[in-house]
Design a protein around this ligand. Sequence first.
Ligand code: GLA
Length: 378
Amino acid sequence: MSLQQQVTQEFQKRFGSAPSAVVRAPGRVNLIGEHTDYNDGFVLPMAINRATYIALRPREDGQVVAHSLDFDETAKFPLSKFENEQAGWSEYVKGVTWVLKAAGYTLQGWDGVLAGDVPIGAGLSSSASVELATARAFGVTSNLPWNAATMARLAQRAENEWVGMNCGIMDQMISAAGVENHALLIDCRSLDTQLVPLPPNTSIVVLDTATRRGLVDSAYNERRSQCEAAARFFGVTALRDVTMEEFHSRAAELDEMTRRRARHVISENDRTVEAAEAMRRGDAVRLGVLMNASHDSLRDDFEVSSDNLNIMVRCAQAQESCYGARMTGAGFGGCAVALVHSESAETFADAVSATYQKTANLTPNIYVCSATNGAEVL
Ligand code: GLA
């Protein structure tokens, strides 16, 4: 049974009649453009065929009653007054409720059943998918105008200020604005987007190392401050405004660490823009080369990879059917992404699974992914 059917059936059981709508918002995988979003730079993610679904029906009494199938837990709160209880999944629902109210929207409550298949904590943006699904749910009950960039900004604010994770805009933006069969080149300063088709006869494979790193928040915030310090040194708003030539002309004045952090961000922005061009030409070979270079830069200059991510990327790159591979998302654990020949995608997955298992002594999770739409009413 599909997740859409599961939430519909459970809704019927719990609330006594059919839902009036089912909404869906996806997780994402980033093809290239890592740790560039909070530097006002470029990212190139796609929305994936793993998502959060909510079956829902408006309520008239100003309450939200949301049941999570995955956690077998119900959250109930009045729109007029609710607090952050650090209660896990439901704080994403409350956070979005809070931010929509703060933005001045008049909200109507709902009964809902949620379920998702974005693995939690794997770096595939399960939280953004819950946030955007919640925004869509309110969109239905409260007749909100749907503008992907506006909703993404609000969801990011919920994540920053309600949940307390200081993320950039990428995850919320792609979950809001993804388009089937395409990646999205996002300018994280203007939030302008361009649709970029996947090269013909290629598949995107997500390679979950089965490792998670708890300290990712503090390391992430540290990288952000290092990037801000580098931008101050160059006298610009964000590293997006520094070209590779400008960087080289003053690189010697920077301390070693700041130099490496800045070099990653500036070169990654260039790679991302070039990757979109390669995709438009259907040039999978060039895209693969850029993905490999991105990994090296994240590993050596930005220092956000991990032993297991490096092993996974090497296992993937060693396969003949692989154009390129890199870690994806914040890093330190979680997933890598590979670009492979479509005909060999399943063989690739089996081979990488076997070699990773042998080398890392861990069982990975491997998904051949398709690019889907962003948050939508089904
Ligand atoms: C996490 C954040 C994003 C982005 C990536 C790194 O996924 O949520 O905003 O910064 O890390 O590219």
